[in-house]
Design a protein around this ligand. Sequence first.
Ligand code: G
Ligand code: G
Ligand code: NA
Ligand code: MN
Length: 255
Amino acid sequence: LDLEDELRAAIRDDQFVLHYQPKVSLGDRQTVVGGEALLRWGHPSRGLLAPGAFVQTAEETGLIVPIGEWVLRQATGQIRRWLDAGLPPTQIAVNVSERQFRWGHLPALIDVLLTETGIPPHLLQLEITETILPDDLEGALKQMRWIADRGVALSLDDFGTGYSSMSYLRELPLDCLKVDRKFVMDMETDPRTRHIVEATVAMAQAMDLKVVAEGIETTTQLELLRRMGVEEGQGYLFSKPIPSEEFASFVRAHS
Ligand code: G
Ligand code: G
Ligand code: NA
Ligand code: MN
């Protein structure tokens, strides 16, 4: 069986699962301000696989569209269940790929899921990357604006690694920028990287965008980012991506 067939079987047999990585306030280094849903595949023989093992194939074959639909349905359903269980309302970010915008039905899908679950739209955030490009930028932008008007938050992921950061910033109805973890990683040792992050933070603040730093692993990184004015972060220093029950416990313990 090749990977594409296996992915089809995985969709059919419901082999995917979401893990959640806490986003934490850098002010007090612990209050959970949100979470990022990250896809995992409970492969029948290879164990739990991270997206690196299959997302590229899912993108190339278009299977990321039904998989992405499952992810959104699962995440919004989870937000509903957590609210019903009395968990403090926690915004959950879902990664969406360029193919899902090319599909054309993402706004309609989100509308249905928000209506079905009745969750406050701002508890859902979409993380998009700069790879949403450029063949149908206008079509994608239209959908993003519709989604933003519906009340869903939008975040630009992996900021700084793409080719078009600035034009994105001009056009997109963004709430948030995520500084890519490569910058966070190199910041301590490379002054130029630090300056880039500082400039990013200044620009974001001027544009009223929240900044989230990814991949924080050390307290030195945390302190540097805090001093730069970065408000929120995620990374192994706080927590790895964890199963939903563990995430709920983490939120209860850090709210
Ligand atoms: O989970 P991990 O830490 O290995 O994530 C690796 C990459 O996979 C991340 O860059 C993330 O954007 C991507 N990814 C994780 N979950 C999803 C998902 O549900 N949909 C899409 N399109 N990408 C995802
Ligand atoms: O591309 P995206 O921003 O969605 O990436 C999320 C990925 O980053 C996931 O694969 C997640 O497991 C990984 N990740 C999250 N925190 C850390 C961290 O502190 N260090 C490293 N190396 N990876 C991290
Ligand atoms: Na991402
Ligand atoms: Mn992300």
